[in-house]
Design a protein around this ligand. Structure first.
Ligand code: ADP
Ligand code: GLC
Length: 468
Protein backbone atom coordinates (compact mmCIF):
# COMPACT_ATOMS: atom_id res chain seq x y z
CA UNK A 1 0.00 0.00 0.00
CA UNK A 2 1.11 3.51 -0.71
CA UNK A 3 -0.28 6.26 1.50
CA UNK A 4 0.60 9.68 2.86
CA UNK A 5 -0.93 8.88 6.26
CA UNK A 6 -1.30 5.96 8.65
CA UNK A 7 -1.97 5.82 12.37
CA UNK A 8 -0.12 5.88 14.69
CA UNK A 9 2.55 7.63 12.61
CA UNK A 10 0.87 10.53 10.84
CA UNK A 11 -2.76 11.57 10.64
CA UNK A 12 -4.90 14.45 9.47
CA UNK A 13 -8.09 12.46 8.94
CA UNK A 14 -9.78 9.14 8.36
CA UNK A 15 -7.31 8.01 5.68
CA UNK A 16 -4.79 7.46 8.48
CA UNK A 17 -7.23 5.35 10.47
CA UNK A 18 -7.91 3.19 7.42
CA UNK A 19 -4.28 2.61 6.43
CA UNK A 20 -3.41 2.10 10.10
CA UNK A 21 -5.88 -0.78 10.44
CA UNK A 22 -6.69 -2.38 7.07
CA UNK A 23 -3.23 -3.96 6.50
CA UNK A 24 -3.36 -5.88 9.79
CA UNK A 25 -6.90 -7.06 9.01
CA UNK A 26 -5.72 -8.26 5.59
CA UNK A 27 -2.80 -10.09 7.14
CA UNK A 28 -5.20 -11.99 9.38
CA UNK A 29 -6.82 -13.24 6.18
CA UNK A 30 -3.47 -14.42 4.83
CA UNK A 31 -2.45 -11.50 2.61
CA UNK A 32 1.04 -10.16 3.16
CA UNK A 33 1.01 -6.36 3.29
CA UNK A 34 3.56 -3.59 3.64
CA UNK A 35 2.89 0.14 3.70
CA UNK A 36 5.09 2.82 2.11
CA UNK A 37 4.74 6.34 3.50
CA UNK A 38 6.93 9.41 4.06
CA UNK A 39 9.18 9.72 7.11
CA UNK A 40 7.76 13.03 8.28
CA UNK A 41 9.41 15.15 10.92
CA UNK A 42 6.98 13.89 13.56
CA UNK A 43 8.05 10.26 13.03
CA UNK A 44 11.23 9.93 15.04
CA UNK A 45 14.06 8.80 12.85
CA UNK A 46 15.52 6.60 15.58
CA UNK A 47 12.22 4.76 16.06
CA UNK A 48 12.92 3.26 12.62
CA UNK A 49 15.83 1.28 11.21
CA UNK A 50 17.63 1.24 7.93
CA UNK A 51 16.16 -0.93 5.18
CA UNK A 52 17.93 0.51 2.12
CA UNK A 53 20.36 3.39 1.94
CA UNK A 54 20.96 5.56 -1.06
CA UNK A 55 18.11 4.53 -3.29
CA UNK A 56 18.07 6.76 -6.34
CA UNK A 57 14.73 7.18 -8.08
CA UNK A 58 14.23 9.13 -11.28
CA UNK A 59 11.46 11.51 -12.25
CA UNK A 60 12.41 11.46 -15.91
CA UNK A 61 16.01 12.57 -15.92
CA UNK A 62 15.90 14.09 -12.43
CA UNK A 63 17.39 11.87 -9.75
CA UNK A 64 16.10 11.91 -6.18
CA UNK A 65 18.14 10.21 -3.52
CA UNK A 66 16.17 8.65 -0.67
CA UNK A 67 16.85 6.24 2.13
CA UNK A 68 14.25 3.69 3.13
CA UNK A 69 13.69 3.24 6.85
CA UNK A 70 11.48 0.55 8.32
CA UNK A 71 9.59 -0.58 11.36
CA UNK A 72 7.00 -3.24 12.13
CA UNK A 73 3.81 -2.07 13.79
CA UNK A 74 0.96 -4.39 14.72
CA UNK A 75 2.62 -7.11 12.68
CA UNK A 76 2.66 -4.91 9.56
CA UNK A 77 5.88 -3.74 7.95
CA UNK A 78 6.05 0.00 7.28
CA UNK A 79 8.62 1.46 4.92
CA UNK A 80 9.32 5.15 5.46
CA UNK A 81 10.71 7.24 2.66
CA UNK A 82 13.49 9.29 4.15
CA UNK A 83 14.05 12.45 2.11
CA UNK A 84 14.64 15.31 4.53
CA UNK A 85 14.57 17.93 1.79
CA UNK A 86 10.95 16.89 1.11
CA UNK A 87 9.44 15.50 4.30
CA UNK A 88 11.35 16.88 7.27
CA UNK A 89 8.89 19.72 7.71
CA UNK A 90 6.42 20.75 10.43
CA UNK A 91 3.23 19.79 8.55
CA UNK A 92 2.20 16.88 6.36
CA UNK A 93 0.91 19.00 3.49
CA UNK A 94 0.93 22.60 4.64
CA UNK A 95 1.56 25.20 7.28
CA UNK A 96 -0.79 27.97 8.40
CA UNK A 97 0.54 29.93 5.44
CA UNK A 98 -0.81 27.41 2.93
CA UNK A 99 0.08 24.24 1.04
CA UNK A 100 3.74 23.47 0.45
CA UNK A 101 4.59 24.76 -3.01
CA UNK A 102 6.25 21.49 -4.05
CA UNK A 103 3.59 18.95 -2.99
CA UNK A 104 3.46 17.53 -6.52
CA UNK A 105 7.17 16.77 -6.28
CA UNK A 106 7.01 15.50 -2.72
CA UNK A 107 4.34 12.96 -3.57
CA UNK A 108 5.92 12.09 -6.89
CA UNK A 109 8.93 11.04 -4.84
CA UNK A 110 6.69 8.98 -2.55
CA UNK A 111 5.22 7.16 -5.55
CA UNK A 112 8.58 6.61 -7.20
CA UNK A 113 10.04 5.34 -3.94
CA UNK A 114 7.12 2.94 -3.51
CA UNK A 115 8.12 1.33 -6.82
CA UNK A 116 11.69 1.19 -5.55
CA UNK A 117 10.51 -0.59 -2.41
CA UNK A 118 8.46 -3.00 -4.51
CA UNK A 119 11.52 -3.75 -6.61
CA UNK A 120 14.20 -3.96 -3.94
CA UNK A 121 12.56 -4.84 -0.67
CA UNK A 122 9.02 -6.10 -0.90
CA UNK A 123 8.10 -7.74 -4.20
CA UNK A 124 4.34 -7.40 -4.54
CA UNK A 125 1.61 -8.37 -6.95
CA UNK A 126 -0.80 -5.60 -5.96
CA UNK A 127 0.06 -1.94 -5.55
CA UNK A 128 -2.81 -0.40 -3.59
CA UNK A 129 -2.66 3.41 -3.77
CA UNK A 130 -4.59 5.77 -1.53
CA UNK A 131 -5.76 9.22 -2.61
CA UNK A 132 -4.07 11.80 -4.82
CA UNK A 133 -0.82 11.65 -2.87
CA UNK A 134 -0.25 8.09 -4.11
CA UNK A 135 -2.01 8.48 -7.46
CA UNK A 136 1.23 8.79 -9.41
CA UNK A 137 2.30 5.25 -8.49
CA UNK A 138 0.01 3.58 -11.07
CA UNK A 139 1.07 6.23 -13.58
CA UNK A 140 4.79 5.67 -13.09
CA UNK A 141 4.19 1.94 -13.09
CA UNK A 142 2.54 2.23 -16.50
CA UNK A 143 4.85 4.87 -17.95
CA UNK A 144 7.12 3.67 -20.71
CA UNK A 145 10.10 5.52 -19.30
CA UNK A 146 9.78 3.50 -16.17
CA UNK A 147 9.01 0.25 -17.98
CA UNK A 148 10.51 -2.47 -15.90
CA UNK A 149 9.92 -6.20 -16.30
CA UNK A 150 9.73 -6.36 -12.54
CA UNK A 151 6.30 -4.74 -12.65
CA UNK A 152 4.75 -6.49 -15.62
CA UNK A 153 2.50 -8.60 -13.40
CA UNK A 154 1.81 -5.98 -10.77
CA UNK A 155 -1.82 -4.85 -10.65
CA UNK A 156 -2.77 -1.41 -9.36
CA UNK A 157 -5.74 -0.39 -7.25
CA UNK A 158 -6.56 3.29 -6.76
CA UNK A 159 -8.70 4.00 -3.70
CA UNK A 160 -10.43 7.38 -3.51
CA UNK A 161 -11.03 8.53 0.06
CA UNK A 162 -12.13 11.99 -0.91
CA UNK A 163 -12.76 13.25 -4.43
CA UNK A 164 -12.64 16.84 -3.16
CA UNK A 165 -8.84 16.66 -3.06
CA UNK A 166 -7.28 15.83 -6.42
CA UNK A 167 -3.75 17.23 -6.48
CA UNK A 168 -4.22 19.75 -9.27
CA UNK A 169 -1.26 21.86 -10.41
CA UNK A 170 -0.33 24.19 -13.23
CA UNK A 171 0.98 22.74 -16.47
CA UNK A 172 4.59 23.61 -15.64
CA UNK A 173 4.40 21.16 -12.73
CA UNK A 174 3.65 18.36 -15.15
CA UNK A 175 7.12 18.62 -16.62
CA UNK A 176 8.66 18.20 -13.19
CA UNK A 177 7.04 14.78 -12.85
CA UNK A 178 9.35 13.40 -15.52
CA UNK A 179 6.53 11.81 -17.47
CA UNK A 180 6.34 11.33 -21.17
CA UNK A 181 4.28 14.17 -22.75
CA UNK A 182 1.57 11.73 -23.83
CA UNK A 183 0.31 11.70 -20.26
CA UNK A 184 -0.73 15.32 -20.56
CA UNK A 185 -3.93 14.55 -22.44
CA UNK A 186 -7.62 14.75 -21.51
CA UNK A 187 -7.97 10.97 -21.34
CA UNK A 188 -5.07 10.78 -18.86
CA UNK A 189 -3.87 13.55 -16.53
CA UNK A 190 -4.73 16.81 -18.20
CA UNK A 191 -7.60 18.70 -16.59
CA UNK A 192 -8.69 22.09 -17.93
CA UNK A 193 -5.10 22.90 -18.86
CA UNK A 194 -3.68 21.73 -15.52
CA UNK A 195 -2.22 18.43 -14.40
CA UNK A 196 -4.48 16.39 -12.10
CA UNK A 197 -2.70 13.64 -10.18
CA UNK A 198 -5.81 11.83 -8.99
CA UNK A 199 -7.16 11.79 -12.53
CA UNK A 200 -3.93 10.08 -13.55
CA UNK A 201 -4.51 7.37 -10.95
CA UNK A 202 -8.17 6.93 -11.87
CA UNK A 203 -7.53 6.63 -15.60
CA UNK A 204 -4.51 4.35 -15.22
CA UNK A 205 -5.10 1.95 -12.32
CA UNK A 206 -6.42 -1.52 -13.07
CA UNK A 207 -9.27 -0.90 -10.65
CA UNK A 208 -10.70 2.08 -8.80
CA UNK A 209 -12.43 1.86 -5.47
CA UNK A 210 -13.90 4.23 -2.98
CA UNK A 211 -14.86 3.93 0.66
CA UNK A 212 -18.60 3.28 0.60
CA UNK A 213 -21.06 1.81 -1.92
CA UNK A 214 -23.21 4.97 -1.96
CA UNK A 215 -20.21 7.25 -2.57
CA UNK A 216 -19.15 4.99 -5.45
CA UNK A 217 -22.47 5.87 -7.12
CA UNK A 218 -22.49 9.54 -6.11
CA UNK A 219 -19.08 10.33 -7.60
CA UNK A 220 -20.40 9.31 -11.00
CA UNK A 221 -22.92 12.18 -10.91
CA UNK A 222 -22.32 15.79 -11.92
CA UNK A 223 -23.38 16.98 -8.43
CA UNK A 224 -20.84 14.92 -6.49
CA UNK A 225 -18.23 14.20 -9.13
CA UNK A 226 -16.00 17.26 -8.57
CA UNK A 227 -15.50 17.52 -12.30
CA UNK A 228 -14.30 13.93 -12.61
CA UNK A 229 -17.74 12.28 -12.85
CA UNK A 230 -17.32 11.67 -16.58
CA UNK A 231 -13.89 10.13 -16.05
CA UNK A 232 -15.35 7.92 -13.32
CA UNK A 233 -18.35 6.91 -15.44
CA UNK A 234 -15.85 5.78 -18.07
CA UNK A 235 -14.43 3.44 -15.46
CA UNK A 236 -17.81 2.26 -14.13
CA UNK A 237 -16.96 -1.33 -15.02
CA UNK A 238 -13.89 -1.24 -12.79
CA UNK A 239 -15.21 0.89 -9.95
CA UNK A 240 -16.55 -0.32 -6.63
CA UNK A 241 -17.27 0.90 -3.13
CA UNK A 242 -15.99 -0.95 -0.07
CA UNK A 243 -17.19 0.43 3.23
CA UNK A 244 -14.43 1.31 5.71
CA UNK A 245 -14.22 -0.70 8.88
CA UNK A 246 -13.21 0.65 12.24
CA UNK A 247 -10.65 -0.54 14.73
CA UNK A 248 -12.55 -1.45 17.89
CA UNK A 249 -9.34 -2.04 19.80
CA UNK A 250 -8.89 1.75 19.51
CA UNK A 251 -12.48 2.91 19.51
CA UNK A 252 -14.63 1.09 22.02
CA UNK A 253 -15.78 2.34 25.45
CA UNK A 254 -15.02 -0.92 27.25
CA UNK A 255 -11.28 -0.70 26.49
CA UNK A 256 -10.69 3.00 25.83
CA UNK A 257 -7.80 4.30 28.00
CA UNK A 258 -8.61 7.96 27.23
CA UNK A 259 -12.07 8.11 28.83
CA UNK A 260 -13.14 8.79 32.43
CA UNK A 261 -14.83 5.43 32.98
CA UNK A 262 -15.32 2.32 30.85
CA UNK A 263 -18.82 1.16 29.99
CA UNK A 264 -20.74 -1.39 27.96
CA UNK A 265 -24.23 -1.66 26.49
CA UNK A 266 -25.23 -3.78 29.51
CA UNK A 267 -23.92 -1.25 32.05
CA UNK A 268 -24.08 2.32 30.84
CA UNK A 269 -23.25 3.95 34.18
CA UNK A 270 -19.71 4.77 33.00
CA UNK A 271 -21.16 6.88 30.17
CA UNK A 272 -22.72 9.22 32.71
CA UNK A 273 -19.34 9.62 34.38
CA UNK A 274 -17.81 10.35 30.97
CA UNK A 275 -20.43 13.02 30.29
CA UNK A 276 -19.79 14.70 33.62
CA UNK A 277 -16.02 14.63 33.11
CA UNK A 278 -16.36 15.99 29.58
CA UNK A 279 -18.49 18.94 30.69
CA UNK A 280 -15.91 19.70 33.36
CA UNK A 281 -13.07 19.44 30.84
CA UNK A 282 -14.81 22.07 28.71
CA UNK A 283 -15.64 24.23 31.73
CA UNK A 284 -19.39 23.80 31.21
CA UNK A 285 -21.82 23.43 34.11
CA UNK A 286 -22.10 19.73 34.92
CA UNK A 287 -25.05 20.10 37.28
CA UNK A 288 -27.85 18.88 35.04
CA UNK A 289 -26.74 15.67 33.41
CA UNK A 290 -30.19 15.15 31.85
CA UNK A 291 -29.61 18.10 29.51
CA UNK A 292 -28.74 16.83 26.01
CA UNK A 293 -25.11 17.27 25.00
CA UNK A 294 -24.11 17.47 21.32
CA UNK A 295 -20.60 16.64 20.20
CA UNK A 296 -18.58 17.58 17.11
CA UNK A 297 -15.10 16.30 16.20
CA UNK A 298 -14.03 17.35 12.75
CA UNK A 299 -11.77 18.97 10.29
CA UNK A 300 -13.31 22.41 9.82
CA UNK A 301 -13.96 22.16 6.10
CA UNK A 302 -16.99 23.05 3.98
CA UNK A 303 -17.44 19.33 3.27
CA UNK A 304 -18.56 18.72 6.84
CA UNK A 305 -21.64 20.96 6.70
CA UNK A 306 -20.55 23.73 9.02
CA UNK A 307 -22.76 26.28 7.31
CA UNK A 308 -25.74 24.20 8.44
CA UNK A 309 -24.37 24.04 11.97
CA UNK A 310 -23.82 27.81 11.87
CA UNK A 311 -27.51 28.10 10.99
CA UNK A 312 -28.44 26.49 14.33
CA UNK A 313 -27.44 29.48 16.48
CA UNK A 314 -31.02 30.19 17.50
CA UNK A 315 -31.66 26.55 18.39
CA UNK A 316 -28.64 26.45 20.68
CA UNK A 317 -29.66 29.79 22.22
CA UNK A 318 -33.29 28.85 22.81
CA UNK A 319 -33.14 25.20 23.77
CA UNK A 320 -31.82 23.77 26.99
CA UNK A 321 -28.89 22.00 25.29
CA UNK A 322 -25.09 22.00 25.38
CA UNK A 323 -22.48 21.60 22.65
CA UNK A 324 -18.82 20.62 22.71
CA UNK A 325 -16.67 21.09 19.63
CA UNK A 326 -13.19 19.86 18.75
CA UNK A 327 -11.61 20.73 15.44
CA UNK A 328 -9.45 22.98 13.40
CA UNK A 329 -9.12 24.18 9.84
CA UNK A 330 -11.05 26.93 8.10
CA UNK A 331 -10.71 30.05 10.27
CA UNK A 332 -14.30 31.10 9.51
CA UNK A 333 -15.62 28.08 11.37
CA UNK A 334 -13.07 28.41 14.15
CA UNK A 335 -14.35 31.95 14.62
CA UNK A 336 -18.02 30.98 14.64
CA UNK A 337 -17.49 28.48 17.44
CA UNK A 338 -15.30 30.87 19.42
CA UNK A 339 -17.98 33.55 19.05
CA UNK A 340 -20.63 31.12 20.23
CA UNK A 341 -18.53 30.21 23.23
CA UNK A 342 -18.23 33.89 24.22
CA UNK A 343 -21.95 34.38 23.62
CA UNK A 344 -23.17 31.22 25.43
CA UNK A 345 -20.28 30.26 27.73
CA UNK A 346 -22.51 27.99 29.85
CA UNK A 347 -23.71 26.08 26.79
CA UNK A 348 -20.95 25.91 24.19
CA UNK A 349 -17.45 24.56 24.82
CA UNK A 350 -14.80 24.78 22.12
CA UNK A 351 -11.35 23.36 21.66
CA UNK A 352 -9.53 24.48 18.53
CA UNK A 353 -6.79 22.05 17.61
CA UNK A 354 -6.06 18.40 17.12
CA UNK A 355 -6.35 16.17 20.19
CA UNK A 356 -6.86 12.42 19.86
CA UNK A 357 -7.63 11.80 23.54
CA UNK A 358 -10.25 14.54 23.56
CA UNK A 359 -11.80 13.09 20.39
CA UNK A 360 -12.31 9.85 22.32
CA UNK A 361 -13.73 11.68 25.33
CA UNK A 362 -16.26 13.54 23.17
CA UNK A 363 -17.35 10.26 21.57
CA UNK A 364 -17.87 8.84 25.06
CA UNK A 365 -19.36 11.83 26.85
CA UNK A 366 -21.78 13.32 24.32
CA UNK A 367 -25.39 12.19 23.87
CA UNK A 368 -25.54 12.97 20.16
CA UNK A 369 -22.90 13.42 17.48
CA UNK A 370 -23.45 15.90 14.64
CA UNK A 371 -22.33 15.19 11.06
CA UNK A 372 -24.50 17.12 8.61
CA UNK A 373 -21.93 16.69 5.81
CA UNK A 374 -22.37 18.12 2.33
CA UNK A 375 -20.72 14.94 1.13
CA UNK A 376 -19.04 12.13 3.04
CA UNK A 377 -17.10 9.37 1.27
CA UNK A 378 -17.40 7.15 4.33
CA UNK A 379 -16.98 8.98 7.62
CA UNK A 380 -15.62 7.23 10.67
CA UNK A 381 -16.79 9.37 13.55
CA UNK A 382 -20.44 8.39 13.13
CA UNK A 383 -19.40 4.73 13.31
CA UNK A 384 -17.32 5.39 16.42
CA UNK A 385 -20.34 7.22 17.85
CA UNK A 386 -22.54 4.17 17.40
CA UNK A 387 -20.14 2.07 19.47
CA UNK A 388 -20.03 4.72 22.21
CA UNK A 389 -23.84 4.92 22.44
CA UNK A 390 -23.68 8.50 21.14
CA UNK A 391 -26.55 8.81 18.72
CA UNK A 392 -25.44 10.21 15.33
CA UNK A 393 -27.43 12.94 13.60
CA UNK A 394 -26.29 12.84 9.99
CA UNK A 395 -27.12 13.90 6.50
CA UNK A 396 -28.06 10.95 4.29
CA UNK A 397 -25.05 11.09 2.00
CA UNK A 398 -22.23 8.70 1.08
CA UNK A 399 -21.06 6.48 3.91
CA UNK A 400 -23.27 8.30 6.41
CA UNK A 401 -26.28 6.95 4.55
CA UNK A 402 -24.75 3.47 4.42
CA UNK A 403 -23.90 3.23 8.12
CA UNK A 404 -26.72 5.03 9.95
CA UNK A 405 -30.27 3.74 9.95
CA UNK A 406 -33.44 5.24 11.37
CA UNK A 407 -33.31 2.89 14.35
CA UNK A 408 -29.75 3.84 15.34
CA UNK A 409 -29.58 7.54 14.47
CA UNK A 410 -31.31 10.47 12.80
CA UNK A 411 -30.95 11.30 9.12
CA UNK A 412 -32.07 14.11 6.88
CA UNK A 413 -31.84 14.47 3.10
CA UNK A 414 -31.97 17.96 1.76
CA UNK A 415 -28.84 20.04 2.41
CA UNK A 416 -30.67 22.90 4.06
CA UNK A 417 -30.77 24.65 7.42
CA UNK A 418 -34.49 23.89 7.60
CA UNK A 419 -34.07 20.14 7.15
CA UNK A 420 -31.25 20.03 9.69
CA UNK A 421 -33.29 22.08 12.16
CA UNK A 422 -36.24 19.72 11.80
CA UNK A 423 -34.17 16.61 12.40
CA UNK A 424 -32.53 18.17 15.46
CA UNK A 425 -35.97 18.98 16.87
CA UNK A 426 -37.04 15.40 16.25
CA UNK A 427 -33.89 14.06 17.92
CA UNK A 428 -34.34 16.36 20.92
CA UNK A 429 -37.94 15.19 21.24
CA UNK A 430 -36.87 11.55 21.11
CA UNK A 431 -34.21 12.21 23.74
CA UNK A 432 -36.93 12.99 26.28
CA UNK A 433 -38.10 9.39 26.29
CA UNK A 434 -35.19 7.88 28.17
CA UNK A 435 -36.30 4.31 27.75
CA UNK A 436 -36.62 4.29 23.97
CA UNK A 437 -33.50 6.47 23.74
CA UNK A 438 -31.48 3.90 25.66
CA UNK A 439 -32.81 1.19 23.35
CA UNK A 440 -31.63 3.25 20.40
CA UNK A 441 -28.20 3.64 21.97
CA UNK A 442 -27.97 -0.10 22.57
CA UNK A 443 -28.96 -0.93 18.99
CA UNK A 444 -26.13 1.32 17.78
CA UNK A 445 -23.64 -0.19 20.20
CA UNK A 446 -24.49 -3.68 18.94
CA UNK A 447 -23.63 -2.82 15.32
CA UNK A 448 -20.46 -4.37 14.02
CA UNK A 449 -18.35 -2.41 11.55
CA UNK A 450 -15.08 -4.17 12.36
CA UNK A 451 -12.52 -4.46 9.58
CA UNK A 452 -13.02 -8.17 9.07
CA UNK A 453 -15.85 -7.91 6.53
CA UNK A 454 -14.31 -5.00 4.60
CA UNK A 455 -10.87 -6.65 4.52
CA UNK A 456 -12.51 -9.73 2.99
CA UNK A 457 -13.91 -7.55 0.23
CA UNK A 458 -10.50 -6.02 -0.49
CA UNK A 459 -8.90 -9.44 -0.44
CA UNK A 460 -11.48 -10.75 -2.91
CA UNK A 461 -10.84 -7.71 -5.12
CA UNK A 462 -7.07 -8.37 -5.04
CA UNK A 463 -7.75 -11.98 -6.10
CA UNK A 464 -9.89 -10.79 -8.94
CA UNK A 465 -7.16 -8.39 -10.08
CA UNK A 466 -4.51 -11.10 -9.88
CA UNK A 467 -6.63 -13.32 -12.09
CA UNK A 468 -6.76 -10.40 -14.53
P1 ADP B 1 -12.21 12.90 7.40
O1 ADP B 1 -11.20 11.88 7.05
O2 ADP B 1 -12.97 13.43 6.23
O3 ADP B 1 -11.66 14.02 8.22
P2 ADP B 1 -13.45 10.77 9.01
O4 ADP B 1 -14.71 10.78 9.79
O5 ADP B 1 -13.25 9.66 8.08
O6 ADP B 1 -13.35 12.20 8.29
O7 ADP B 1 -12.20 10.68 9.98
C1 ADP B 1 -11.80 11.71 10.82
C2 ADP B 1 -10.81 11.16 11.82
O8 ADP B 1 -10.00 12.22 12.29
C3 ADP B 1 -11.46 10.54 13.02
O9 ADP B 1 -10.62 9.53 13.55
C4 ADP B 1 -11.52 11.73 13.98
O10 ADP B 1 -11.63 11.35 15.33
C5 ADP B 1 -10.23 12.41 13.68
N1 ADP B 1 -10.24 13.85 13.95
C6 ADP B 1 -10.76 14.83 13.17
N2 ADP B 1 -10.52 16.04 13.71
C7 ADP B 1 -9.85 15.83 14.85
C8 ADP B 1 -9.31 16.68 15.88
N3 ADP B 1 -9.45 18.00 15.81
N4 ADP B 1 -8.66 16.11 16.90
C9 ADP B 1 -8.54 14.76 16.97
N5 ADP B 1 -9.02 13.91 16.05
C10 ADP B 1 -9.66 14.42 15.00
C1 GLC C 1 -11.75 10.87 3.76
C2 GLC C 1 -13.23 11.13 3.83
C3 GLC C 1 -13.93 10.36 4.92
C4 GLC C 1 -13.42 8.92 4.98
C5 GLC C 1 -11.91 8.91 5.12
C6 GLC C 1 -11.33 7.50 5.19
O1 GLC C 1 -10.99 11.77 4.48
O2 GLC C 1 -13.53 12.51 3.94
O3 GLC C 1 -15.33 10.35 4.67
O4 GLC C 1 -14.01 8.25 6.07
O5 GLC C 1 -11.34 9.54 4.02
O6 GLC C 1 -11.67 6.72 4.08
Amino acid sequence: MVSSEATPFAKTGGLADVVGALPAALQKLGDEVAVVMPRYQQIHWDSTESAYDNMVVFAGATPYRVDIRTRVHNGVRFYFVEAPYMFDRPGLYNTAAGDYWDNHRRFAVLSLASLGVAQMLFPCDILHCHDWQAALAPVYRADQQHANPHFFDVKTLMTIHNLGYQGRYGKSSFWELGLNGGWFSPDKMEYHGDVNLLKGGITTADWVSTVSPTYAKEIQTAEEGFGLDGVLRNRAGQLSGILNGVDYSEWSPDVDPYIAAPYTAADLSGKRACKKALLEEFGLPAGNLERPLFGIVSRFADQKGFDLIAGMASLFAEQDVQLVVLGSGDWRYEKIFQDWHRWLPHKVGVHIGYNNGLAHRIEAGADMFLMPSQYEPCGLNQIYSLRYGTVPVVRATGGLDDTIQEDTGFKFNSYSVGAFYDVLRTALGAFQNRESWTERMRRGMAKDFSWDASAREYSALYDRLRRG
